[in-house]
Design a protein around this ligand. Structure first.
Ligand SMILES: *[C@@H]1O[C@H](CO)[C@@H](O)[C@H](O)[C@H]1NC(C)=O
Length: 342
């Protein structure tokens, strides 16, 4: 009897699992050596034998990171990631697209940044967007998660087309930015590569810098597997001359499952944002008296953020995420919504 019941609940679980994962059945993964190279911290990058998985370590000597070998003019970028467990205060794991190495003053960027925490407290993360060097106009949203990201792998994805941007966790779209003319250059428009890093951000990552990285718990290990690079690889300087080179790939991207948010997914996105988003620049009236043009003000979200969109105000600078290249290059992006982590 119990055995039958167990079998039934297993098949129900399996059904939901297949159903939930359906959206990304049309992506194919790429081995590390086919699409990526090391960014920094060579000795702290450990590859699995099959080349589909790798670990990025952070210890007292250095963090580490990798990047795609090519830049892509639009694309779907994705990886399954498992974050370090236990005491992770001060640590940032970033998964992002950028072209900062090519366009120093006018770079584009789309970010997932995972923020570690003290033992027993949950990981948090933020998403952000910059276009054409708009670093003085941060577009951060901050969230908690509905699962412990250090227990299992989850898929994190960034879709970027010339119409919209979607951040996904598993098959749940958590943020969509729809392009409009008023955004101008703030919408990423030049080819970007995919990056992943782990690094010490003790001065801001956890409770506004109150809790630092504690190397007693090192090495801190972020694991990556099933990497996806689905886009039009091209020379970024060429693209400026002839953007139509990627038209065919753009059409293909826009037809894929991950470009369409079903009504079920849209409901999941609303639920996620109502329950897990705790900061959004769109509701931060102290920072933007007029919300930036892509903001779609949702009355339910607005109600929960009240007047200012932030629970407490803090004004801090933070550096960028490949410290070897740009430690001195402190961005103007301020770190909002950071003091609510007690
Ligand atoms: C991007 O920034 C550069 C330098 O500030 C500017 O000349 C250019 O017009 C901008 N492009 C767009 C599309 O806004």
């Amino acid at each position: 009897m119990d055995f039958i019941r167990m079998k039934i609940s297993l098949s129900v679980l399996l059904f939901f699992h297949v159903w939930l994962c359906r959206a990304f059945n049309d992506v194919s993964t790429i081995p590390f050596n086919k699409g990526f190279s090391h960014l920094f911290g060579d000795g702290n990058i450990l590859h699995a034998n099959d080349d589909n998985s790798l670990q990025l370590h952070l210890n007292q000597n250095t963090g580490s990171g990798f990047k795609s070998s090519d830049l892509y003019n639009h694309g779907f970028f994705s990886a399954k990631i498992k974050l370090p467990s236990d005491y992770t205060a001060g640590i940032v794991v970033a998964f992002y697209t950028t072209n900062q190495d090519v366009f120093k003053k006018t770079h584009d960027e789309l970010d997932f940044e995972f923020l570690g925490n003290i033992r027993g407290k949950a990981w948090r993360f933020q998403t952000n967007m910059y276009g054409n060097g708009s670093t003085h106009r941060g577009r951060e949203e901050r969230y908690t998660l509905w699962f412990d990201p250090s227990k299992e792998f989850h898929r994190y994805s960034i879709l970027w087309t010339n119409k919209n941007i979607i951040f996904y966790i598993d098959d749940v779209p958590i943020r969509e930015i729809v392009r409009n003319d008023a955004m101008g250059g703030d919408y990423p428009s030049k080819p970007m590569g995919l990056y992943a890093t782990i690094w010490d951000a003790s001065d801001w990552a956890t409770s506004g810098g109150k809790y630092k990285t504690n190397y007693k718990y090192a090495p801190f290990i972020a694991e990556f597997t099933d990497l996806v690079l689905n886009g039009c690889a091209m020379d970024p300087l060429e693209q400026v001359v002839n953007p139509s080179l990627c038209d065919e790939k753009d059409v293909e991207l826009q037809k894929a499952d991950f470009s369409r948010i079903t009504s079920r997914q849209r409901m999941a996105m609303k639920r996620f944002r109502a329950k897990y988003m705790y900061y959004s620049y769109c509701y931060d009236s102290l920072r933007y008296s007029v919300p930036p043009p892509e903001c779609e003000i949702d009355p339910v979200e607005q109600q929960s953020f009240k007047e200012t969109g932030r629970l407490k105000f803090i004004n801090k600078h933070h550096g960028h995420r490949h410290p070897k290249k740009s430690r001195s290059e402190v961005l103007d992006a301020r770190n909002y919504g950071n003091e609510d982590e007690e």
